[in-house]
Every structure is written in structure tokens, then in C-alpha cells.
Ligand binder design. Structure first.
Ligand code: SF4
Length: 341
């Protein structure tokens, strides 16, 4: 398979052009064609000589995705299943908010984490996505819709901090003013809690938002929901979060999916208040999306509101995430799982 030009940042491309006996400034021209013009073919890069286009075509391609399936919700949310060149498939979700269009990207094909409430569980981990496959999710959606995406969330299939180097490289391309030029504050990474890589991220000097999938303040309950808790328990995770806040001065967002009769009672809320008290943080409450044969089901509206109010009354800022795309099963992994049947 030819190499993917989207896997490279400008510095990599400069090296490639110098090795091809070409001027280094060609790198910026190619970057511009990919990220500003969103071309799908090297032959469309018309300010490169025919000879250079031929040289590039011999070794590289743009690895554009094919849309294998697209579902559209009544609320405008669009869910894509993309075919990759090696025959695998990934999901990407486009959502519209008041502040603009947000895209939820996948970082891996499958996931090793095995969270029990997640539709990706049961889909074996196959491989990491490359930086080019991460950025192509954004480019492919922009080509399909003609819109400009303003926010990126790494909350699709995969654990982004388990594909650390490729995700960071993709973020730097997304953030680069010569690339997709999306501000770091509009990029959010969600992790199940890979503690050593939370420390690495703190040192990257990227102003993105870190979201932690917490879901319980109780080690026993959290381990049942999220096996990663057996590797990095709540104490280690919260210590890493506090260190992250001290190192970056950035607020952390904690995701808490409320499951009926499991983690949604007042006792759970009290434990959460005790755990997060005094931290620079925000809690995002998510009505859980029930998955087929899954143990967890959605909490009642009454319990969700009671949980939120208890947190807010006790000094923890908490909001309930608006449910988007519920009529098209927008939870990560669901479309791909259906297609595997
Ligand atoms: S919730 Fe995220 S980390 Fe957990 S299994 Fe699903 S994709 Fe993986």
C-alpha cells in the first residue's frame, strides 16, 4: 500500500521533499492542498510540476475514506461508517451545537479497555489508527457536508491515550494554523484513565481539554464498569488529575454515565463530592445509552436531576449532557457492531 501523505506533519514533509531533491517549501504547498483545499487527488495540486506530482504519486496517496454508511438523526446528528483502505471500518459522529459543529473521532480500530457500558466492547482490538486516519475523519466529513468543523472530541472508538503518539501527532496537525487551524481549546481528549499518559500529556504543552471517564467514585463499582480501574485505581487516577491541573492550570472534565440502580443514588453522589471537592473541575453527567445485552440501563430523569442538583448544591459544577442522535444509536461502536453481524 502507498504511504499516506496525511500521516506527516510539515517537518516530515520537508524531509520527504529534500530526499526527492525538491525544495523544502513544497511541504507547505502540499499541506495547504490537503488541509485548506481538502483535495482528494495528488493531481489536483496544480502548483506542483507534473514531474513532482508523478514522483509523489509513485510513492504516496491521500488515503481518502469511502462512506460505507451514513445515518442522520432527527436532531441533525450524522453518524458515518468509513471504509479504510485495509478493509477495516471506523465510526465518526458529527453533532451540531450552538457554538458550531463538533466531531467525535475514533482513535483505534476496536478497543482494549472493555468498559462494560460501551458498544465497542466485544469488538476485538485490531490496530491503532494512524495520524492520517484520524485527521481524515475530519476532512471526509467536511467534504461530505461542506461545513467547517470547529470542535473535535476524541470520544469515538478506542482509548486515545493508548494510541498516544499518533493522537498527539494528529492533534498537532489539527491545531496547526497551516493545517486544520482548530484551536487547542476546541479539542478534547477523553480517557478511561491511563495514568502514565496523563502525565505525558501534561508535559506536551497543548491547551486541549482533558476529560476523564470516571463513572464511579467507588473502586469496586468502577472496576466492574471499567477493568482499567484494576490497573490504575481511583486514588492513582485522581492524584494524576490533581498533578495535571497543577502542571497545566487547566480544568478537567469528569464524565459520569448514570446507570439505573447502579451508580445513580445519593450515596454515589456523596462519594463523588468527597472525591472531587476543591478540584478545578466540571462534571458532565451522561444518561447512559443502553447497549444490546448490556448490564447497564439509563437512569430515570428524576434520578439524573437529583444527582446533578446534589453535586451543584455541594460545590461541584455539574451539567447534564444533551442527548444527541439517540434515534440513530450514536453511542460509539454501535454502528460498527451492527455491521459486523
Ligand atoms: S468507553 Fe472508550 S475506552 Fe471504554 S471500551 Fe469504549 S471506546 Fe474503549
Amino acid at each position: 500500500m502507498k504511504k499516506n501523505l496525511k500521516d506527516y506533519n510539515i517537518d516530515d514533509l520537508k524531509e520527504i521533499f529534500v530526499a526527492l531533491d525538491e525544495k523544502a517549501y513544497r511541504a507547505e504547498q502540499v499541506f495547504n492542498w490537503i488541509y485548506k483545499e481538502n483535495v482528494t487527488n495528488i493531481d489536483d495540486m496544480t502548483n506542483l510540476s507534473l514531474d513532482l506530482r508523478e514522483k509523489l504519486n509513485n510513492e504516496f496517496s491521500l488515503h481518502n475514506f469511502n462512506i460505507s454508511k451514513k445515518l442522520e438523526s432527527k436532531d441533525g446528528t450524522k453518524k458515518y461508517l468509513f471504509d479504510l483502505l485495509d478493509g477495516n471500518a471506523i465510526e465518526t459522529v458529527l453533532m451540531e451545537y450552538k457554538h458550531g459543529f463538533s466531531i467525535c473521532v475514533s482513535s483505534q480500530i476496536g478497543c482494549k479497555m472493555g468498559c462494560k457500558f460501551c458498544a465497542s466492547t466485544g469488538i476485538p482490538f485490531i490496530r491503532n489508527l494512524t495520524p492520517g486516519e484520524i485527521v481524515e475523519q475530519i476532512l471526509a466529513v467536511e467534504r461530505d457536508t461542506g461545513i467547517k468543523i470547529s470542535n473535535i472530541v476524541f470520544m469515538g472508538i478506542g482509548e486515545p491515550l493508548d494510541n498516544y503518539d499518533n493522537v498527539i501527532k494528529a492533534i498537532r496537525i489539527i491545531n496547526n494554523p497551516k493545517g486544520l487551524n482548530i484551536g487547542a481549546r476546541h479539542i478534547s481528549i477523553s480517557t478511561s484513565g491511563i495514568v502514565p499518559n496523563i502525565y505525558r500529556l501534561a508535559e506536551e504543552n497543548i491547551q486541549c481539554t482533558l476529560s476523564i471517564s470516571l463513572h464511579s467514585a467507588d473502586n469496586k463499582k468502577r472496576s466492574e464498569m471499567m477493568p482499567v480501574n484494576n490497573a490504575y485505581n481511583i486514588g492513582e487516577l485522581i492524584k494524576a488529575c490533581k498533578d495535571y491541573i497543577n502542571m497545566t492550570n487547566r480544568r478537567i472534565s469528569f464524565e459520569y454515565a448514570l446507570a439505573k440502580d447502579d451508580n445513580d443514588n445519593l450515596d454515589d453522589a456523596k462519594k463523588l463530592v468527597k472525591l472531587l471537592k476543591g478540584m478545578l473541575c466540571h462534571v458532565n453527567l451522561i444518561p447512559i445509552n443502553k447497549i444490546e445485552n448490556g448490564k447497564y440501563s439509563k437512569s430515570t430523569n428524576e434520578n439524573i436531576i437529583r444527582f446533578r442538583d446534589f453535586l451543584n448544591d455541594n460545590g461541584i459544577v455539574a451539567t447534564i449532557r444533551r442527548e444527541l442522535g439517540s434515534d440513530i444509536d450514536a453511542a460509539c461502536g454501535q454502528l460498527r457492531r451492527q455491521n459486523l453481524k
